[in-house]
Design a protein around this ligand. Structure first.
Ligand code: NAD
Length: 332
């Protein structure tokens, strides 16, 4: 049996992984703590660790895991900005799940956008209180509007298909253009779009790509959708853009400082993050807690691909779905 320590385990992780672990001959220890320098010691005696978006695989964590005899980090997500890939090179094999259901994320982005544009989150609360007033619920048609999609990989392309179904004009920006999509430079995308949706990875180049300068180039009343990674947006600048009215709406499934709060019930605590608290107080901001991936199909695919990655590395000596630290793409 290959021994795998899974950090930051939630009940929905266990369901998917337990259903498939036996067929791959992998014994899984489900651990609740996140992987950090302090918790890395829990991996002692394991061949591999399995981590999620807010676990930390920094250089010191890599050193500690390697010293404990761990040989692999199996990400059960697609983004790998939380991994110091250079530090891991030659010490730990790092795999990810490049595609588990781009539709899950693209559909969630569309759900957030439709909700905020048509105020259905407010209607739901009103009608449950027998308040059937429509005042303040006026939205706008997406049909005929321009959507700017940054990053046209698997999720970006699925989102484009949805937007085309709504009758939107699609502009896109990517370092590696695909056929059949109208690409423009980032400046033009920012200045012509009524809705901007981010689907590129978080890298040194994309960090805070949406800041006050970028917001200043956008149309008045633009809607921003971010289901990718929080730090693509400078959250303080976003807040200023909302306060000034430049930004008409923000749909966020991710937040720059989410690691401290997301995935946990903080309802009894005082929110120490003033920017997050202020964003949440805005009528035109809709935040979900990094749940875009959370569909039955995605969870099953995540579990199967992660376990396959582990199996093929240890039993066949292969390097499936390796992360690449030089170009930021999945180089297999
Ligand atoms: P992908 O690798 O298929 O596509 C990413 C695209 O971004 C690629 O086409 C790439 O060329 C492009 N890109 C890279 N750098 C860029 C830049 N500087 N400017 C413009 N484009 C750039 O990835 P994907 O599966 O479509 O996922 C996209 C992102 O979605 C992931 O990086 C991850 O952060 C995020 N994600 C979020 C969730 C969630 O639950 N919220 C789930 C899965 C993935």
């Amino acid at each position: 049996m290959i021994k795998l320590a899974m950090f930051d385990t939630k009940p929905y992780d266990k369901e998917g992984f337990s259903a498939h672990a036996e067929e791959y001959g992998i014994e899984i220890k489900y651990l609740e703590p996140r992987l950090t320098e302090d918790t890395a010691g829990l991996a002692e005696g394991f061949d591999a660790v399995c981590v999620f978006v807010n676990d930390t695989v920094s250089a010191p964590v890599v050193e500690r895991l390697a010293a404990l005899g761990v040989r692999m980090v199996a990400l059960r997500c697609s983004g790998f900005n939380n991994v110091d890939c250079k530090a891991a090179r030659g010490k730990l094999f790092v795999s990810r799940v490049p595609a588990y259901s781009p539709y899950a994320v693209a559909e969630h982005a569309a759900a957030l956008l439709l909700t905020l544009v048509r105020r259905t989150h407010k209607a739901y609360i009103r009608t449950r209180d027998f308040n059937f007033s429509l005042s303040g619920l006026t939205g706008f048609d997406l049909h005929g509007k321009t959507v700017g999609v940054v990053g046209t990989g698997r999720i970006g392309r699925a989102f484009i298909d949805i937007c085309r179904g709504f009758g939107m004009r699609v502009l896109a920006h990517d370092l590696f253009p695909s056929d059949g999509i109208d690409y423009v430079n980032l400046d033009r995308l920012l200045s012509e779009s009524d809705v901007i949706s981010l689907h590129c990875p978080l890298t040194k180049e994309t960090y805070h790509m949406i800041d006050s300068a970028a917001i200043g180039r956008m149309k008045q009343g633009v809607y921003i959708v971010n289901t990718s990674r929080g730090a693509l947006i400078d959250a303080e600048d976003l807040l200023d853009g909302i306060k000034s009215g430049r930004i008409g709406g923000a749909c966020l499934d991710v937040y720059e400082e989410e690691a401290e709060f997301f995935f946990e019930d903080n309802s009894d605590a005082i929110m120490p993050d003033d920017v997050l608290a202020r964003l949440l107080s805005m009528p035109n901001v809709l935040i979900s807690s990094h749940q875009a991936f959370l569909t039955r199909e995605a969870l099953s695919n995540i579990a199967q691909t992660t376990l396959q990655n582990v199996n093929e590395f240890f039993r066949k000596g292969e390097r499936p779905n390796a992360v690449c630290d030089s170009c930021g793409r999945n180089c297999g």
